[in-house]
Ligand binder design. Structure first.
Ligand SMILES: Nc1ncnc2c1ncn2[C@@H]1O[C@H](COP(=O)(O)OP(=O)(O)OP(=O)(O)O)[C@@H](O)[C@H]1O
Ligand SMILES: [Mg+2]
Length: 312
């Protein structure tokens, strides 16, 4: 069964502000799903529609087979959403907020589970403080705890690790992986593409309100094999405007002493040769040449870059 089935979802904020255009997406039960996209792509709009914070314009969403818009109560008990924006009543403590939230989801507070959430999200030491005393990263973790308090079958997290320090972020992911292994479907957005690559088994990319692609992560990475020509030099590269212009069609990514150039998708020996010849003409002969596999970040930049180029 699909945890979420989104069909033809559209939303605009007033005239000409199309935040989502006809998005259709299936999220299988049990998946660890990354919804990626640049700033303003429409990720939070989609998530806020799920959370009933934003009203959709057209389209449908089914959660575990039930119509989200018609059976809100049923769905609410099975869905936990962490929105991007944080708004807590500052006069309550994290523990109190978790108790109230249980009630909002129509379940009695489960004190043992609340205790476990406070421990796992490393909020135990702050459990009785006023939430206004919490730091940004602590508030974000409290939001995650709040979304999990009723043990939902589907968890949707909008940038759950933004502003969370690196160690805590890792531990938060371990916790999410445990929940996922126990059967919880996890949908998240993040700008940390390396983390998405490591954790998620499905990936979708949206940009300017449109779905660009949805694939299993491993298939996406495997298909992208051998797409970059990496040239290494024995000194750091600084390209002038003319050099950048000459190489721009291969989307150069410059690192300390190397440059990656995207080989066109119809990878023939001659396309490889064309890129290589242009590169040495522009930069001189490298000390080393390799063909390397794109990572998720390369793929993301290529797809979102193409979408932008296409709309100019
Ligand atoms: N309340 C609003 N009123 C008007 N326009 C909005 C509103 N909320 C979002 N938008 C616009 O809708 C588009 C999608 O925004 P959204 O917040 O969904 O993007 P996002 O993918 O979550 O971006 P980010 O990575 O920056 O969080 C943007 O163009 C944004 O400016
Ligand atoms: Mg957002």
């Amino acid at each position: 069964m699909n945890a979420l089935e989104i069909r033809g979802l559209s939303k605009s904020y007033g005239k000409g502000k199309q935040a989502l255009s006809d998005v259709s997406l299936n999220i299988a039960e049990g998946s660890f799903f990354a919804l990626l996209g640049p700033n303003g792509a429409g990720k939070s709009t989609l998530i806020n529609i799920l959370a009933d914070i934003v009203h959709h314009e057209s389209g449908s969403i089914h959660l575990l087979g039930r119509d989200l818009f018609k059976e809100r109560g049923w769905c609410k008990r099975r869905l936990g959403v962490v929105p991007q924006e944080v708004a807590f009543d500052p006069f309550f403590s994290p523990r109190e907020i978790l108790r109230f939230s249980s009630g909002m989801f129509g379940v009695a507070p489960d004190e043992d589970w609340i205790e476990e959430l406070l421990i796992r999200l490393e909020l135990k030491a702050h459990a009785e403080k006023n939430t206004r005393q919490l730091s940004g990263g602590m508030r974000r973790r409290l939001l995650v705890a709040q979304a999990l308090v009723h043990r939902p079958r589907v968890v949707v997290l909008d940038e759950p690790t933004a502003g969370v320090d690196v160690e805590l972020r890792k531990r938060l992911w371990v916790f999410m992986q445990e929940l996922n292994a126990a059967g919880t479907t996890v949908l998240l957005t993040t700008h940390y593409l390396e983390e998405a690559e490591e954790l998620c088994d499905q990936v979708a990319i949206i940009d300017r309100g449109k779905l660009l692609m949805h694939r299993p992560m491993q298939a996406l990475l495997a298909d992208a094999a051998a797409r970059l020509l990496r040239l290494k030099y024995n000194q750091p590269l600084t390209l002038n405007a003319e050099q950048l212009g000459a190489l721009s069609r291969w989307r150069p990514r410059i690192d300390a002493c190397s440059i990656d150039l995207a080989i066109p998708s119809n990878q023939t020996a001659s396309s490889f040769h064309t890129v290589y010849t242009a590169a040495i003409e522009t930069l001189g002969v490298p000390v080393d040449v390799a063909i390397v596999q794109e990572d998720l970040e390369d793929i993301f930049l290529r797809l979102t870059g193409d979408a932008h180029a296409g709309s100019l």
